[in-house]
Unconditional design. Structure first.
Length: 731
């Protein structure tokens, strides 16, 4: 028996649990509050995609698929191959769980999996995978197999189904609760008929007094309400609360009291203190003090925020606890060839946050008025790495996705140093701003610590619009930073935007040309175009007149986030969608750079005004090689082998020190005068990343000039500069 059941409703990700419940459980551990967590989504998926599950689905499907259904021929094909699907599904799921790797050869043979319309795209396999390993190719084919089955499920037994969302339409911009409420009074859907018995079994096992349902996205909302409805009907003594990303952004103007037929409480923003207070009120009957909590009082929706206790500091919320979750049951899929998107869906990633909120907090399209972005609080690097080690010890997984709004460069540097000092072998990735602090040397340090990828907003690749967005970067700066990451061996994904208020046709075309050049130069490897969406809590949404947009007002009684609007320019940005995405797909495959931009669109566009060598010229601009006195000098290479040799010239003899450095890929030999060589050999020990203290450039210069002259001549000499590629970093 536990006091609290933490629940993530269907569906989020197939390959890894959404971290909200793990964060909360880690906090509750620090308060000795007993809690159990479950990801209902993965449990439903595993029951659905099993021999028994598919047998049930096919048994419910008419032998003759209704001819009115679009794609009938494809559905008929899947139905005709039902025995093949039923007989292969358990093996495929086991393979995607990493339990049956030898199946890859059969999958890749082309004779094992039944194939329907999703396999039409398998002609692009060489583009997507080239000479990559068989395991990834097999994962992609197995994913197509699951997507064929998903299409069949949507068309025949449950139209709301999706691998990472369910009935998302009901949760998107639902200003009124009417449609959701009506659907909740219809018969159970097919997915409901699977999910609710699993939930009931867990309720009987855990016997909670309080159920906390985390709703991160609109695609979790319907199932959250359906679960709450079931609990209310069959376990009326249990209290139910909703929290998470969806209510934090969309339910801040909640007025509809019908919501509380399903939930007793809805909390906003950081969940630790609100949950602790709910536990006291529900499980311990200790008063009724609340933090950022909606509830029904005297038949009216009221917002309670009467707790005087401040929110917990990030250093005090504990380490995320992934226990109870079926970590060995998640399935890794490769849906599309986008390299960054494959990180989302392939492999198990422990989720952590370097800093609460965003250190920049100025972008005008972003919800910067909300606490989850507005309140910036970094976590100490040692605390972060402590938590990483705790999680590795707990679940054996050493991959980390830092889910920051934008990870701070200084903190990333300190985390990287701490990882290297502790000699941890991990892989990690995060979201950043492409700011100038990401120097070539910092990128090399991040790579050495295990950083494999970064994603960041290039948004509209136009300096005028970047300034209007208040992104704090220029196209030139982005180009240099992405070059630094790429040369360090770190994958770069760019978030791209079109349709920003006042954006002209010319700026859209010029932005595409910038993106084309960056992909051709291979300084960006992955990207995705998003059409601008105006949200209620962003500067654009709060002050639309300042940005030339006219909001279309709706009465808000339930959700309030996305706002429909008219751009005063009158430009139809929707028509650019297909051409932008098609061109990007080809650029990511390294082809079609020679195409005219007009070739991607079936309507007339203006010629670009961007010079064809614009990005090249940005990268070729002289960069200062001067080192700041405050810069930290770090050596991440190994200890060199030394040898003293004697040089002779015109009867003069002097000794030289040969220092041989063995890197992972190559060997470097440098020669220094013996006395300077002795000094440098000793200094490398002090500069080593293994030391807890770093040495600044100024300190190194002062120490050198105690015994020698002209440190700059030594520092910028060819031997010292050649050590850059072997681990001598200025950060």
């Amino acid at each position: 028996m536990k006091d609290i059941l933490l629940l993530t409703p269907p569906f989020t990700q197939l390959n890894t649990p959404y971290p909200a419940t793990a964060y909360l459980k880690g906090f509750l551990n620090t308060k000795n509050i007993l809690a159990y967590q479950m990801d209902l989504g993965i449990e439903v998926i595993l029951e659905l995609f099993s021999k028994q599950g598919l047998t049930s689905i096919f048994s419910r499907t008419e032998i003759v698929i209704p001819t009115a259904v679009e794609g009938t021929q494809n559905l008929q094909r899947i139905f005709s191959l039902k025995e093949n699907y039923i007989n292969t599904v358990d093996a495929v799921i086991a393979f995607l769980q990493g339990k049956n790797p030898t199946l890859a050869r059969q999958i890749c043979s082309g004779n094992f999996l039944p194939q329907a319309s999703r396999f039409d795209q398998s002609d692009n396999m060489q583009w997507a995978f080239g000479s990559m390993g068989m395991q990834d190719k097999a994962k992609h084919l197995a994913t197509l197999y699951l997507e064929d089955l998903s299409d069949f499920i949507k068309e025949t037994v449950d139209e709301n189904f999706g691998f990472s969302r369910y009935a998302e339409r009901l949760g998107r911009s639902a200003n009124s609760f009417d449609e959701m409420y009506n659907n909740l009074h219809h018969d159970l859907t097919y997915i409901d008929s699977i999910s609710l018995p699993i939930l009931e079994e867990k309720l009987k096992q855990v016997q909670p007094n309080l159920v906390l349902i985390s709703v991160p996205f609109p695609g979790n909302l319907y199932s959250a309400f359906r679960c709450a409805q079931f609990i209310k009907k069959h376990y009326p003594k249990i209290k139910i609360a909703m929290g998470g990303g969806f209510p934090n952004t969309e339910l801040r103007d909640l007025k509809d009291k019908r919501v509380f037929e399903f939930f007793d409480f809805i909390t906003l923003d950081d969940g630790e203190l609100p949950v602790e207070l709910l536990h006291k009120a529900v499980c311990l009957s200790e008063g009724a003090t609340y933090k950022r909590t909606f509830l029904l009082e005297n038949n009216k929706v009221v917002y309670k925020n009467n707790a005087t206790k401040p929110d917990y500091k990030q250093s005090d919320v504990g380490t995320p606890d992934y226990s109870d979750l079926l970590l060995d049951k998640y399935i890794s899929v490769i849906e599309i060839a986008n390299p960054m998107h494959s990180l989302w869906s392939d492999g198990r990633w422990n989720k952590l946050t370097m800093a609460h909120g965003c250190y920049w907090g100025k972008c005008t399209f972003c919800d910067i008025s909300l606490d989850y972005i507005k309140l910036y609080e970094p976590i100490a690097a040692k605390t972060l790495v402590d938590r990483m080690e705790e999680i590795i010890a707990q679940n054996g997984e050493n991959g980390f996705h830092f889910v920051d709004e934008a990870a701070p460069p200084v903190l990333m540097r300190e985390v990287a140093l701490e990882i290297l000092r502790r000699k941890l072998t991990i892989s990690w990735w995060t979201n950043i701003r492409f700011e100038k602090n990401f120097t070539a040397d910092l990128c090399l340090l991040l790579k050495a610590s295990g950083c494999i990828a970064v994603s960041g907003g290039l948004e509209v690749a136009s300096d005028r619009l970047l300034e209007l967005i208040q992104k704090g970067v220029t196209v030139e700066q982005v180009a240099k930073v992405t070059r630094n990451f790429t040369e360090a061996g770190i994958l770069v994904h760019a978030y791209l935007m079109y349709g920003y208020p006042t954006q002209t046709l010319q700026e859209t075309v010029d932005s595409l040309e910038m993106v084309r050049q960056m992909f051709e130069l291979e300084i960006i490897q992955s990207g995705f175009w998003h059409q601008f969406a105006m949200t209620a809590h962003s500067p654009v949404g709060m002050f639309p007149e300042d940005f030339g947009v006219i909001p279309i007002a709706n009465t808000i009684t339930f959700a309030n986030n996305d706002i429909h609007f008219k751009d005063k320019t009158g430009i139809d940005h929707d028509k650019f969608s297909f051409g932008l995405k098609k061109s990007l797909f080809n650029y990511m495959h390294g082809i079609c750079f020679e195409y005219e931009l007009q070739d991607w669109f079936d309507f007339k566009i203006p010629k670009t005004k961007i010079a064809s060598d614009y990005i090249v010229s940005c990268l070729e601009k002289d960069q200062s090689i001067q080192t700041k006195p405050s810069a930290k000098i770090v050596w991440i290479g190994g200890k060199p082998i030394t040898e003293i040799v004697t040089k002779s010239k015109k009867g003069n003899h002097w000794q030289m020190m040969v220092l041989t450095f063995h890197g992972k890929k190559a060997t470097l030999e440098i020669r220094l005068e013996k006395e300077i060589g002795d000094w440098w050999f000793k200094k490398l020990e002090l500069l080593s990343v293994n030391n807890n203290q770093t040495i600044s450039f100024a300190q190194l210069k002062d120490d050198f000039e105690i015994s020698f002259e002209n440190f700059e001549l030594f520092w910028y000499s060819k031997p010292l500069q050649s050590l850059k590629n072997f681990g001598l970093l200025v950060i």
